[in-house]
Design a protein around this ligand. Sequence first.
Ligand SMILES: [Zn+2]
Length: 67
Amino acid sequence: MPVFEFRCQECGYKFDLMISNADKEKVQCPECGTRSIKQLLSSFNTAKFGGAPANDCAGCKVNGSGG
Ligand SMILES: [Zn+2]
């Protein structure tokens, strides 16, 4: 089950819960008990993947012994 991070809109309390996606709408703040909860985006899901950088480098060539 995924872990979601929430923050209370009323008191600002931050907490995370391991609930199913359907249970997110009935989350209450453990501090003040309000339903005004905002879900935070998890940061571990933003891993970047890709290939090699494709920038042209004019001076990347190793300089040999010029004359
Ligand atoms: Zn609260």
